[in-house]
Design a protein around this ligand. Structure first.
Ligand code: ACO
Length: 362
């Protein structure tokens, strides 16, 4: 292949057994299982196991408290740095020198740490830490997470966060997963691979911003006029947040699943969101008849996270917690291939020349 594939679009770099986004059929399957059969039915820790091991057992172990060594005010940055520290702190050897079982155990422990870290950071330093004995009473990983954060979480919030974690756990090849696999392919340790993936997710073009959806929902709530609001946005040539997708040419299956959960848990903004969605889909279909512009995951994720009282500043860290499952599965899958990722580039710079032709020589 001698042509540049900008942004690697259309380039197939790996074979994977982990997940399959069905772009035309509006489905997302984790190792063959439709996410709609998992969300609300199988707890996140078992979904983590399904993605990483292809089995619900043993799943993700319970988390453990981890001292918060850095406070930058940005939880995503702090969790990335803390994960990177694990190799020297916990003695992780490079993936090249570990067995598959050791690598799997390290990924599980690092994930469990990341979850406890995010929960503790979300609680903030102003409140006393929730005693471990209280956290240990929780019956699932997400309940532990929410207990560590809130002390006594609302069970409906636990259900909402669990649903969000599972629906955002994996999505095939994307920038952060690719990054994790590239680092793993060098034989680097599991913590370096995971923290690199966290960094890649932080960009607004990837980590997304359900908060932008929420701002629109709040506007409609104030005006009470979904149709007028939608027309106004589109007349100004702006985009409706939470609609359209680079990959899906049908409804994003995660939106469908999270819409169901939002209704089940009684999210207070369900009705306004539904009115917004109805108005947006009608208007987009009329104005862009040649293009399928349907609801994407960010739309209903915003409603679910808002219901669970997750502040917008925590959205990227919540996404990080969820996606540890997909990243861990891909890092392990890549390790097993034993193959270094090493693409090529076409050189388009100047031809051979003497250094004295360059400004600043002498
Ligand atoms: N609102 C209004 N018009 C839209 C929207 C939207 N949300 N999305 C696409 N369009 C229009 C574009 O204006 C464009 O129209 P034109 O051909 O007349 O110029 C046409 O549809 C195609 O747009 P592209 O940007 O080429 O579509 P692409 O597939 O590349 O974009 C994207 C996908 C970036 C998600 C886009 O739909 C968008 O900006 N959506 C809003 C932001 C959003 O919800 N992001 C979260 C995505 S989900 C995720 O990342 C996990």
């Amino acid at each position: 292949m001698s042509e540049v594939q900008h942004g690697l679009e259309g380039v197939i770099a790996f074979e994977t057994h982990i997940a399959e986004p069905d772009k035309e059929g509006s489905a997302l399957r984790y190792r063959g299982v439709d996410i709609d059969d998992l969300v609300g039915r199988v707890p996140f820790e078992r979904v983590w196991g399904l993605l990483v091991d292809g089995s619900f057992d043993p799943g993700l172990p319970a988390d453990e408290p981890f001292p918060i060594p850095v406070h930058t005010g940005d939880v995503r940055v702090d969790v990335q740095s803390s994960v990177a520290m694990l190799a020297p702190l916990w003695g992780f050897q490079p993936l090249l020198d570990t067995t598959d079982d050791e690598a799997r155990a390290q990924l599980a422990r690092a994930t469990a740490m990341a979850l406890s870290f995010v929960a503790q950071s979300a609680r903030g330093t102003g409140l006393p830490m929730v005693p471990e004995s209280q956290v240990d009473e929780a019956s699932s990983v997400v309940e532990r997470f929410m207990t560590r954060w809130r002390g006594e979480p609302d069970p409906r919030h636990v259900k909402a966060v669990d649903a969000y974690f599972t629906s955002a756990a994996e999505h095939g090849m994307n920038a952060s997963t690719f990054t994790g696999r590239v680092v793993a392919s060098t034989g680097a340790d599991a913590a370096a691979s995971l923290s690199a993936a966290i960094g890649a997710m932080s960009g607004p073009l990837h980590g997304g911003a359900p908060s932008r959806v929420l701002a629109m929902v709040e506007e409609i709530e104030r005006s009470g006029d979904a149709v007028g609001y939608v027309k106004g946005i589109l007349d100004r040539g702006e985009r409706l947040m939470g609609f359209g997708h680079r990959v899906y040419r049908a409804e994003d299956p995660r939106a469908r699943t999270l819409r169901r959960v939002a209704k089940e848990v009684g999210a207070p903004r369900y009705e306004v969101a539904e009115a917004f969605e109805k108005a947006a889909l009608a208007e987009l279909a009329e104005r862009k008849p040649d293009r399928v512009l349907a609801t994407n995951v960010e739309f209903w994720a915003a409603i679910i996270l808002d219901f669970a009282e997750v502040p917008a500043s925590m959205f990227t860290s919540m996404f990080t917690c969820a996606r540890t499952a997909g990243w861990s599965a891909h890092i392990l899958e890549q390790k097993k291939t034993g193959r270094l990722v090493r693409p090529s580039a076409i050189y388009t710079g100047p031809g051979g020349r003497s250094p004295d032709t360059i400004e600043g020589w002498n």
